[in-house]
Design a protein around this ligand. Structure first.
Ligand code: SF4
Length: 64
């Protein structure tokens, strides 16, 4: 799995960070989402999928 994020649509709701705090964070510069890990471990797949599903603006794309 590969994770990509689109800062141009992120609205800083932080739902993704609640779901997967080891994978997502907010950029200190602009407050938008960043992916701390772009190729998560299989043990993280469930939380990454939950994070992507939780984003109201679909800023997180998973390549599986
Ligand atoms: S849930 Fe979506 S809008 Fe909110 S911080 Fe994460 S990527 Fe951005």
């Amino acid at each position: 799995m590969k994770v990509s994020v689109d800062q141009t649509v992120c609205r800083e709701y932080a739902n993704c960070i609640v779901e997967a705090p080891d994978v997502f964070d907010l950029d200190e510069e602009n407050g938008k989402v960043i992916a701390l890990i772009t190729e998560p471990d299989p043990s993280q797949y469930d939380e990454v999928r939950a994070a992507a599903a939780s984003c109201p603006v679909k800023a997180i794309t998973l390549h599986e």
